[in-house]
Design a protein. Structure first.
Length: 180
């Protein structure tokens, strides 16, 4: 989809920036800023999962893994999570990986359409800017605040799946200690 969308978004970024500079409303709501919102912490909006892993894991394996991947997730790099956890080809993690970005972007679109949030300008290549700073860079304080709320939404959606994999890993660790 990106080869189709990026040429549109490049044009939208110019128009949206000109409108923002002139004090006019942002016309193109679905832009690169919304794509970046869907990718908070990387594809699948995995920032919530990374926070659970880093700060709340009971298994040593996932706690260590979370500590390694948290700095990457803050800057939108989640390949270590995709292939290291793994999320890729993992039927348990497939559900939140698909649902989380849809929920976050759909809610943002609704809140923008009713005027509660100012839409982002849609800067191209801003996806590695940490959440909230990304919203500010896109010219919207309310969008920056929503990005923090979106992290909470990501955490809520990933929570039951995180608990399941963490419990499985903890049982394996306990069985490994008993066998030694």
């Amino acid at each position: 989809m990106l080869p189709i969308l990026f040429p549109l978004w490049i044009g939208y970024a110019g128009e949206n920036t000109a409108n923002a500079a002139a004090g006019l409303p942002i016309e193109h709501i679905l832009n690169a800023g919304m794509w970046d919102l869907a990718c908070l912490g990387g594809a699948g909006a995995t920032i919530g999962l990374v926070i659970w892993l880093c700060f709340f894991s009971k298994s040593a394996q996932y706690k260590d893994f979370g500590r390694l991947t948290f700095p990457c997730g803050v800057f939108g790099v989640n390949e270590p999570v995709i292939f290291g956890l793994p999320i890729m080809l993992n039927p348990i993690m497939f559900i939140p990986f698909v649902i989380t970005p849809v929920v976050i972007v759909s809610l943002a679109y609704f809140l923008i359409s009713i005027g509660l949030i100012t839409p982002p300008v849609g800067l191209i290549g801003a996806g590695s800017i940490p959440p909230s700073l990304h919203g500010l860079a896109n010219g919207s304080l309310s969008f920056a605040i929503y990005e923090l709320i979106a992290i909470g939404i990501s955490m809520i959606i990933y929570y039951p799946f995180f608990k399941l994999i963490d419990k499985q890993a903890l049982l394996k660790e306990e069985q490994g200690e008993k066998n030694e």
